[in-house]
Design a protein around this ligand. Sequence first.
Ligand code: GDP
Length: 515
Amino acid sequence: MKNKPPKTENPATRPPIVVVMGHIDHGKSTLLDYIRNTAVAAKEAGGITQHIGAYEAEIEHDGPPALPTGQAGGETGQKRKITFLDTPGHEAFSKMRTRGATVADIAILVVAADDGVQPQTIEAYNTIKEAGLPYIVAINKIDKTGADAEKVKAQLGENGIYVEGYGGTVPFAKISAKTGEGVPELLEVALILADMENLQADAKQNASGIVIESNMDSQRGISSTLLIKNGTLKKGMFVLAGKALAPVRILENFLGRPVEEASFSSPVRITGFSELPAVGDEFKTYVDKNEAEEALSQVKEKTPSQTKDSKQNIKETEITIKMIIKTDTAGSLEALEKELMKLKDEETAIDLLKGGVGNINEDDARFSSALNKTVILGFNVGTDPSAKEIIDRNGVPTFTSDIIYKISDWLKEEITKRKAEIPREEIIGVAKILKTFSRQKNKQVIGGKVVSGKIVEGKAFKIKRRDVEIGEGKIINLQQGKKEAKEVSPDDEFGAMTENKIEIARDDEIIIIGK
Ligand code: GDP
């Protein structure tokens, strides 16, 4: 999704889409707020009632004309647009951050001058690098006593980020997101980087782009914020994102105002999807309804129901965590779910019974019982008193936090606890089969030698042939030197009657297991 110029006959310069990243509390939201308040005309900005995930700013551009094609026009005093992703500043929003990086054309890496490079600064940098985005370092909070921009530059260098004047070419701006100092220069550099990227799009094509927010509302239904990366979106068209289809009847711009059409780099909000579009999904638009439905049926064919797979997985795993997650927004729901699903492994299945937006309520609490031990996890939400009562009474495993990784850590611990509770198969001994005798139905007489541990009467075993497990069985009767034995020790030979569906052969190994 990087800045591949679309195959187009009507190229036009596309405004850059900028994402702001960095360590928590380094000032990302403050910077986004400052730009929103200063670069979106005051009367318009005041009209923003809800954040839809992105906004458009208009920047007074004073820079030199940078584009050889002249399209971007760098003439002094010209107004140019930049779209900002209003990415939630929350650090554990890995999906959001990745999403930000994929959708965006340019990144601003914010580093607080009084705190310096921090772990999430590096994480953000790695995301930027992976996405191959051009970026600017914003050394923020320069108004603060204790701010040391030079130290930050040195720290950046230690981490492989070489800014201008410090052995590298990465542009930087010293700013205060609070007072606004340096912010115009920062935006100026963003526009120059955009010019160097030569971002192009074609207004004559049908719109395409990326889903950046999705919400469900009991009154309005499902709406999504889409970021148009190419083409034009008009009322009357049809939008398809994954398997979610919507006729474009209610089309709003980032201010929540109804519009007839919108074009590239603009965020728009569309209401009336058939299902919740997944954040990060690409969308396409169609003029013709039949065409849109045809595309939808193709998507459905390509993605067979996943329930079958997940059931199979669950069967093979040892524990299944059933969970309910509640969050403050659809975006965070998705982010949290993705984070928690990472905890699946060969032994652990995670089954999301229910995910929703809002407080943990009585219904959620009733889902969990002593038997199913469903866990309830909340991100940035409260717990209704009636739910709390049930949770306390039934000892429902519940955890809420406003930090995703804490929730993920909690669940990790819960998984470890549950794993420790399951009885494990233990290898008691291994024997090599030297001879096989008669076999009737499932019963077989074998002769072998204990390699390690011991062979014990009555215990189950697994049959291995050339190191591959081929079946299992049980020792019915055990003899050593023609005498009945309860156990046989290493290096001793034995005879045994076993019960096994798969016939044991010479040179097989049997692994005695017990609990
Ligand atoms: P985020 O977590 O990166 O979004 O950080 P915020 O924007 O929430 O900022 C964290 C804190 O730093 C808030 O208390 C801001 O008011 C403060 N802050 C952000 N930028 C500046 C700045 O340039 N100067 C000063 N003095 N404080 C700032």
